[in-house]
Design a protein around this ligand. Structure first.
Ligand code: AMP
Length: 450
């Protein structure tokens, strides 16, 4: 049908999505479980602005990374500052840690965050231009047990959400002592084979050969299988650190597999890097979460050399996986047990006030004030599965009373307005826990009430 003459219908920006009411229960559940576990593990919630100075990411994530070079949304403010919609949670947390004097708090400082991230990447299933992460950072401890604990926390959240059959892919990418040597080694390996690489990898070869491991092109993957592994070139400290992380994971009984090609997309990582993936789908966008150690980032952002490790879950992917597996997530909204119906102007006004009185008394009541017919209102009550309907018609409004109807039995009684809240509380106790059956009214009964 032509929409000629009508206003344009707007659409959500490409690669972004609405989170509709029907999906909210998944989000609430994920956030609730993640918060509960984060607090149990001693993390404190921190919120930073969605906009930051673009330079924070250029420096923090790396100017040559895809995230910064290709995917960052930037804007110039009227004052001339270059800001960016955050593509990442970690650099803002470290900025805040340094800016707010958390350096002088007892360490480790353990922080967690929840919020949207923005990356202007080619949208596809599991990859959005706005996505949400719950992330955790432990600042100030080099011990490999902390790496294991971050992995344990992320894994535990997923397990609590009912996601079984997950694997932790793990690798160590060394540190500033041993990685440069390996980088040279890798360059030597690729030097005579550059013409077999895809266009993108040719560029990566010059700028950051470790990123060659990220490529999904068949020829590059085939070549990669012959390339040396970083894990065989770690110096003794990095080797021992990694060995300990794996021993802790063994101790915790967490399923992991070594992935020598896991390098992740941020420059700040040192030593441990990991991703959590469902066992049976190994696709490009399958990681539900990931993270690693970043012992150099705090110094890079102007602080004292401070070890740190962190990780984050991608909420869209976690929820998609819950839905794919058809796991049951109960709605968190309590079912409404009382419905307030009204007829006539005076009753409408008094009901409006009564509705507020119930709220203050801590009793949840539903209404449909926009509807004038009692029949239509009682249908709503019936659909909601209310245990009790309160009906105020013109007579009741004048008499300062309300009709209390128990929906299941159909019995009803007129109660003085001043006593109605107490009476409802009493009846709810008598009726017992919220009943399940929804429809209890016959059409005749509804017609009676017209
Ligand atoms: P990263 O910040 O790249 O380490 O990503 C952490 C987690 O966020 C990943 O494991 C994904 O689950 C999720 N994630 C990252 N990028 C996206 C994206 N573009 N769309 C949806 N989820 C994403």
């Amino acid at each position: 049908m032509s929409r000629k003459g009508k206003s344009k219908l707007f659409q959500v920006p490409r690669g972004m999505r609405d989170i509709l009411p029907a999906e909210q229960k998944y989000w609430e559940r994920c956030v609730k479980i993640a918060k509960e576990l984060a607090l149990y593990y001693g993390f404190e919630l921190i919120e930073t602005p969605i906009l930051e100075n673009a330079e924070l990411f250029a420096k923090g994530v790396g100017a040559g990374t895809d995230i910064v070079e290709k995917e960052m949304y930037t804007l110039r403010t009227k004052g001339g500052d270059l800001l960016a919609l955050r593509p990442e949670g970690t650099p803002p947390i470290i900025r805040s840690y340094l800016e707010n004097g958390m350096v002088s708090q007892p360490h480790p400082v353990k922080l967690f965050y929840i919020g949207p991230m923005f990356r202007h990447d080619a949208p596809q299933a599991g990859r959005y231009r706005e996505h949400h992460q719950i992330g955790f950072e432990t600042i100030g401890d080099p011990d490999p047990v902390i790496d294991a604990q971050i992995i344990q926390l992320i894994y535990a959240i997923l397990t609590e959400l009912g996601l079984k059959g997950l694997t932790i892919q793990i690798n160590s990418i060394g540190d500033k002592q041993c990685r440069p040597k390996f980088r040279d080694e890798l360059k030597n390996f690729y030097r005579n084979r550059v013409n077999r690489l895809c266009k993108n990898c040719k560029r990566k070869f010059k700028e950051n050969p470790l990123r060659l491991f990220d490529c999904k092109e068949a020829d590059c993957v085939a070549l990669r299988s012959l390339a040396p592994h970083l894990i065989d070139h770690l110096d003794e400290n990095c080797h021992n650190h990694f060995k300990s992380v794996l021993e802790f994971l063994d101790e915790l009984g967490l399923p992991y597999s070594l992935n020598p090609y896991l390098v992740r997309g941020q420059d700040y990582y040192t030593r441990t890097v990991f991703e959590v993936v469902p066992e049976e789908v190994v696709g490009a966008q399958s990681a539900l979460g990931g993270g690693g150690r970043f012992d150099g980032l705090i110094e890079l952002l102007g602080g004292k050399p401070t070890p740190a490790v962190g990780g984050a879950l991608g909420l869209e992917r976690v929820i998609a996986e819950i839905q794919r597996r058809e796991l049951k997530i109960a709605a968190t909204k309590p079912r409404v047990r009382i419905f307030l119906a009204q007829l006539g102007d005076l009753a409408k006004r008094k009901s409006l006030k009564l509705f507020e009185d119930f709220r203050k008394a801590g009793v949840q009541v539903a209404e449909s004030f926009g509807r004038d017919s009692i029949k239509a209102q009682l249908r709503v009550a019936d659909r909601l599965g209310a245990d009790i309907s309160l009906i105020m018609g013109q007579k009741e409004a004048l008499d300062n009373t309300v009709i209390l109807r128990e929906m299941q039995s159909g019995t009803q009684e007129t109660i003085p307005l001043a006593k109605i809240i107490d009476e409802v509380k009493k009846r709810l106790k008598k009726i017992g826990p919220a009943r399940r059956s929804i429809s209890n009214l016959t059409d005749e009964e509804i017609d009676d009430k017209k």
